[in-house]
Design a protein around this ligand. Structure first.
Ligand code: NAP
Length: 267
């Protein structure tokens, strides 16, 4: 094994699904890895396979990112290990049922999808700036822009991830730190079982494999995309959506009330 010239990538939720595919692809691209999740056996199995296949160094850290002490340990690793050049904030859980049919206790997804991702991003951004560069890849979802499709709180957590990335991109663009936000559509992983649904209930033409999803997202990363939507056939559709958003910005805070909101003065 040799020291990686690319540095070390930290991947959360690496024990399965999309995160495990990121681990494979980034090791093959020459990154050493730190894999984070709760299931120690699955992490160790993946680490051994990837070390054998790629010769890279793959460490594992067992952590429940909803647990404050565990989360703090990962924050400290990211902030203090000078070899870390990339963070893939992938760990996340979802909800499928609408608000009126779901329990608020199931909305603890906010702790993982929002709080953990935010705290790890906070640990990574200044550290990467101080190290002279790096990248943060945040896994959101298409429900960030289509929150009507699944549970609204899940959509809200992913809209948070998208907004955070848009803001950080502006803040870090001249500091050699890249932010990519990935918006997967339905992807064939355990996510659906964990969220209380069944992948088999979805039409097969809307479900991508995790291999295709990660390959496409990394192609978007290579092309310098800030937001990547692996399913979207025509990139111009996102560009137009983004252009419409940019067009709104100068008019979102003004000192005058437009005519449609003016209440007629009492006679
Ligand atoms: P998955 O197969 O269920 O994998 C989720 C990963 O997160 C697992 O490695 C799991 O490992 C880890 N994880 C869950 N809770 C955790 C916790 N409390 N602390 C640490 N790690 C935890 O699902 P996936 O589809 O790959 O999901 C990855 C990301 O893609 C999520 O952010 C999800 O919202 C997003 N996404 C998925 C889809 C889809 O259709 N699959 C679509 C859009 C977006 P352990 O159980 O070992 O902890």
């Amino acid at each position: 094994m040799s020291i990686s010239l690319k540095g070390v990538a930290v991947i959360t939720g690496a024990s399965a699904g999309i995160g495990a595919v990121y681990a494979d692809r980034l090791a093959r691209r020459g990154y050493d890895l730190i894999l984070v999740a709760r299931n120690e056996a699955r992490l160790d199995q993946l680490a051994t396979r990837l070390e054998d296949a790629t010769g890279r160094t793959v460490k594992t850290v067992v952590a429940d990112l909803r647990n404050k002490a565990d989360l703090k340990r990962i924050e400290t690793i990211i902030a203090t290990d000078p070899a870390i050049t990339m963070l893939v904030n992938n760990a996340g859980v979802g909800g499928l049922e609408p608000l009126l049919h779901s329990d608020v206790d199931a909305m603890e997804m906010v702790d993982l999808n929002v709080t953990a991702l935010m705290r790890l991003t906070y640990a990574a951004a200044p550290a990467l700036v101080a190290r002279g560069g790096g990248a943060i890849i945040n896994i959101a979802s298409v429900v960030a822009i289509a929150p009507e499709v699944l549970n609204g709180v899940y959509g809200g957590t992913k809209a948070f991830v998208l907004a955070l990335g848009q803001s950080l991109q502006k803040e870090l663009t001249d500091k050699n730190v890249r932010i990519q936000t990935v918006l997967p559509g339905a992807t064939a992983t355990n996510f659906w079982d964990a969220a209380g649904g069944a992948l088999d209930n979805l039409p097969s033409n809307i479900v991508m494999t995790s291999d295709d999803l990660v390959n496409a997202a990394l192609a978007g990363f290579d092309q310098g995309e800030v937001v990547s939507i692996p399913s979207l056939p025509d990139a111009a559709d996102w560009a137009n959506y983004e252009a419409a958003r940019q067009k709104l910005i100068p008019n979102l805070s003004l000192n005058s009330v437009p005519a449609r909101y003016r209440i007629a003065a009492a006679a």
